[in-house]
Write a protein that binds this ligand. Structure first.
Ligand SMILES: [Zn+2]
Ligand SMILES: [Zn+2]
Length: 210
């Protein structure tokens, strides 16, 4: 089905927070709610979108800073999706201590996802791809039909995710990119966690790290 993607650049590290909407049903998912912003609830209200999920690519603090706040605004509990291997990172404050501050991301996610799992969003299907490397439980959310992949800090426009932090593994990162991203159709748009979006073909041809 067709989707609409709204992009918000939020927080000190300029994270991309995406609101993905299934056009047929107006069911919506927030991918990586980075920080509180009134612009998201305002848009939900204005367009009549129903928030079905918060989908987390990985539990670094800069990708989850808006989860607790967003939950507090909602009448119903919004399921929060995360891979099991990133639960420890979540519970330890999303790596915030490594950066010299304390951060409480709120209750641990309750929708534990794994590789190959399909999350229905109205008439759209999002497939979970386990793409470890930048963190143990990093995932990409793929909408193959609409040629969109939300890939967090795995790969960037002409760049790759950092692998110098505690929960990183460089071999895993490149393996994830090669086996899970570069095998997608070339025109698949990669919606990255920071900076410009790109495509599989663009990165195959011009990413200096690959
Ligand atoms: Zn990260
Ligand atoms: Zn990040």
């Amino acid at each position: 089905m067709t989707i609409t993607i709204h992009t918000f650049v939020l927080g000190a590290i300029k994270n991309n927070t995406y609101l993905v909407v299934d056009d047929a049903t107006r069911q919506a998912a927030i991918i990586d709610p980075a920080a509180p912003t009134n612009r998201i609830p305002a848009l939900l209200e204005e367009k009549g979108y129903q928030l079905a999920y918060m989908l987390i690519t990985h539990a670094h603090f800069d990708h989850i800073g808006g989860v607790k706040w967003m939950q507090s605004l909602s009448q119903q509990h919004i399921p929060v999706a995360l891979h099991a291997l990133d639960l420890d990172l979540w519970k330890s404050g999303g790596g915030s201590k490594d950066f010299g501050f304390e951060f409480d991301p709120g209750p641990a996610p309750d929708l534990i996802v794994s590789d190959g799992q399909i999350l229905p969003l109205g008439k759209t299907s999002l497939t979970v791809l386990h793409t470890p490397g930048h963190s143990f439980g990093h995932v990409t959310y793929l909408d193959l039909e609409d040629q969109a992949a939300f890939c967090g800090d795995l790969i960037f426009y002409h760049g790759v995710g950092r692998t110098d932090l505690d929960v990183c593994n460089e071999d895993d990162l490149f393996n994830s990119i090669r086996t899970k991203i570069l095998t997608l159709p070339g025109n698949t748009v990669l919606y990255t966690g920071h900076g410009a979006k790109t495509t599989v073909q663009e990165e195959m041809d011009n990413n200096p790290f690959l």
